[in-house]
Design a protein around this ligand. Structure first.
Ligand code: BGC
Length: 441
């Protein structure tokens, strides 16, 4: 393996800072024959939905190879591993037993389990347009907490309800493939309600250290002109504040409540549940957004087709390197994001954990990934020096995996997976992170 050392060492992080890597069940587990189907199984079965026509039926076969993957985690030297529990698997006989074994294996290896309870693989019989799904979620969460609660270090209720709403229900490019545009807003509300009910269910089961993994990105207006600024502000509400204000301030951004089921009165009591205090707040960060006024035509952006009638248009960010996915690499936007959170939420913001950060690049000698991670870890350090209370950082992802509608074409892993043989090969970035973690002493 080729290694090149960074010239300028990264400054030390505070003692107790949690270093980890993240994955999700549907993207790595495989073993689709021993779980109920999820909306993603139904979606990938439809021709043309996934770019390379693949499915996650086998994926990385982590279900059968978890011991090998835990050994990779232990060798990497991370403190914690964030994975998700698959609700459809838990619904199947013996399904929870898999997570019991995984958690035991992690504890034996000295790696702390961080559990995400929902990472987009909804049982196919359920639907987030239905309010009742939030209550079914809380029941499922109680079952998981009872079984694993004695060994789990941190809980994450939901992963990125924003993307699940936008991509899955508004634009139809993720499961369940609905194109409801603004009529998808109840999906956001029901997930947030599910989050609040799950926090209560976890606490009732005696589980602590609860957070969420919300995706956030600073939104930059395409210009200083009032139309671009207004469009960027609206986009910021839809992608960021719609999901953080209810949790941290107990209210929706102005103008949103009228669009939700039952209007402002209908959501008032739900907001009390949604804003249950959290022990920490998880942020998934990849890249900033640049947004301007509508341009009167459909826009192709990062694999998405955004219709002309949207009240904004997403623009390319120029002047930065891009990943294989075409996402710009802008580490300083992470510093900006954390500063903005501090300003907006003040002491309503609990300690933050970066629950995902990473990039897609081909190749095993992945120097670009090293540069991406190095830049973002330094940017995080700068934010902390400026006062942001951040307690952990998780790389997306341990393994190359099923990248949703992109299939296996995008590789986010520190470890390469050969999808024919399922052989794992640590990349240069894995060795780089291992060295960084060892240097902590
Ligand atoms: C998701 C992951 C996904 C990653 C890269 C995040 O939005 O939580 O499941 O693989 O981004 O696209």
């Amino acid at each position: 393996m080729i290694r090149r050392m960074a010239t300028n060492p990264i400054s030390p992080f505070p003692a107790g800072f949690l270093w980890g890597v993240s994955t999700s069940a549907h993207q790595i587990e495989g073993a689709a024959d021993v779980r109920e189907p999820s909306v993603w199984d139904a979606f990938t079965a439809e021709p043309g939905r996934v770019k390379d026509g693949s499915t996650a039926a086998v994926a990385c076969d982590h279900y059968h190879r978890y011991r090998e993957d835990v050994a990779l985690l232990a060798d990497l030297g991370v403190d914690a591993y964030r994975f998700s529990v698959s609700w459809p698997r838990v619904n199947s006989p013996g399904g929870l037993g898999f997570y019991d074994r995984l958690v035991d294996e992690l504890c034996a290896a000295g790696v702390r389990p961080v559990v995400t309870l929902f990472h987009w693989d909804l049982p196919v019989t359920l639907d987030w347009l239905e309010r009742d799904t939030a209550f079914r979620f809380a029941e499922y969460v109680s079952v998981v907490a009872e079984r694993l609660g004695d060994r789990v270090a941190k809980w994450i209720t939901l992963n990125e309800p924003a993307e699940h709403t936008l991509l899955g229900h508004a634009l139809g490019v993720h499961a369940p493939g609905r194109e409801l545009m603004f009529d998808a807003l109840p999906v956001a509300h029901h997930q947030l309600l599910a989050h609040g009910l799950a926090v209560r269910a976890l606490r009732a089961a005696g589980a602590g250290d609860i957070g969420i993994a919300n995706s956030h990105a600073p939104v930059r207006p395409a210009s200083g002109g009032p139309e671009d600024v207004a469009a960027a502000e609206f986009y910021d509400i839809l992608l960021n504040r719609l999901f953080s204000d209810p949790l941290l301030l107990g209210r929706y951004p102005d103008g949103i409540e009228a669009l939700l089921p039952g209007g402002p009165e209908g959501v008032e009591s739900d907001l009390k549940v949604i804003s249950e205090p959290l022990d920490w707040y998880g942020i998934n960060y990849y890249a900033p957004s640049r947004v301007g006024a509508p341009q009167g035509e459909d826009i192709e952006f990062s694999g998405l087709s955004l219709p002309a009638e949207l009240p904004f248009s997403v623009r390319e960010i120029e002047g930065h390197p891009v990943t294989d996915f075409g996402w710009p690499v802008v580490p300083e936007a992470l510093t900006e994001l954390l500063a903005g959170f501090g300003e907006r939420y003040g002491d309503r913001l609990p300690p933050v954990v970066i629950t995902e950060n990473g990039c897609s690049y081909e190749g095993i000698d992945d120097q670009e990934r090293i540069a991406y991670l190095d830049g973002h870890i330094r940017a995080l350090h700068r934010a902390m020096e400026a006062g942001a209370d951040v307690r952990g950082y998780f790389v997306w992802s341990l393994l190359d995996n099923f990248e949703w509608a992109e299939g296996y074409a995008r590789r986010f892993g520190l470890v390469h997976v050969d999808y024919t043989t399922l052989k794992r090969t640590p990349k240069a970035s894995y060795a780089w992170l291992r060295d960084l973690l060892r240097a902590r002493g």
